[in-house]
Design a binder for this molecule. Structure first.
Ligand code: AP5
Ligand code: MG
Length: 211
């Protein structure tokens, strides 16, 4: 089963992806994580991606689509995968349709007013990738799960977040319509309730489809 997670920056795609991936044994493929790993390793793709990510713009489609197309050929995807942050525009969605059959799209609708604080206050563990909000850390600079160092993503600043939200509105939100027309969208609402509450709702629907 191939599942897409759709939602604005900060909607909770990554948070839900970790839980969905564990429950249904699907590899979590986040294009944002792939780009950040490339930036860390200073690869050619990383250097190119960084110039777009730092401005909150989309990395060019040819590069992004080629990465995902290759990733889906890996052995761990033979029973399906969970795509987080891909596709992000109609071109990518149409390309994806050429090399994968998508079974479900988990779409997280969320009020934009919640997102600026969520993203600018986010701190991420360098080791395990767990996210925290600065307001809950009491000054801690290490991860309570694994002890890794916490850092702030470079694109989690007010100016870049604003541009990421604008890009979402203009280029990614039309995919809701794209997948609604295909009859495979599952709509959820992100709220201030803990992420586990949303996951229970998502799992209740996915259980019907997967198990
Ligand atoms: P990407 O890494 O995908 O970032 P994004 O889409 O902007 O989304 P985020 O990862 O910031 O948020 P999220 O929805 O995963 O939320 P999270 O679970 O972390 O992409 C980064 C960049 O890479 C793009 O801007 C672009 O440049 C490039 N890129 C990536 N894919 C691309 C593509 N396909 N094409 C071209 N370019 C591409 O949650 C956010 C915070 O909220 C966390 O702190 C979390 O703990 C907290 N939280 C989550 N749920 C809740 C809850 N229920 N209540 C309270 N807090 C919550
Ligand atoms: Mg994410």
């Amino acid at each position: 089963m191939n599942i897409i997670l759709l939602g604005a920056p900060g909607a909770g795609k990554g948070t839900q992806a970790t839980k969905i991936s564990e429950r249904y044994h699907l590899p979590h493929i986040s294009t944002g994580d792939i780009f950040r790993a490339n930036i860390k390793n200073q690869t050619e793709i990383g250097m190119l991606a960084k110039s777009y990510i730092d401005k909150g713009e989309l990395v060019p489609d040819e590069v992004t689509c080629a990465i995902v197309k290759d990733r889906l050929t890996w052995e761990d995807c033979k029973n399906g995968c969970l795509l987080d942050g891909f596709p992000r525009n109609t071109f990518q969605a149409e390309e994806l349709d050429k090399f994968a059959k998508i079974d479900a799209v988990v779409n997280i609708n969320i009020d934009f007013s919640l997102l600026m604080d969520r993203l600018c206050g986010r701190r991420v563990c360098k080791e395990c990738g767990e996210s925290f909000h600065v307001s809950t850390l009491n000054g801690a600079t290490t991860c309570s799960r694994c002890g890794g160092e916490l850092y702030q993503r470079k694109d989690d600043n007010p100016e870049t977040v604003k541009s990421r939200l604008d890009v979402y509105d203009a280029q990614t939100a039309p995919l809701i319509d794209y997948y609604t027309k295909k009859g495979i969208i599952l709509n959820f609402t992100g709220t201030e309730a803990p992420a586990s509450v949303l996951f229970e709702e998502v799992a209740a629907v996915l259980d019907q489809k997967i198990r």
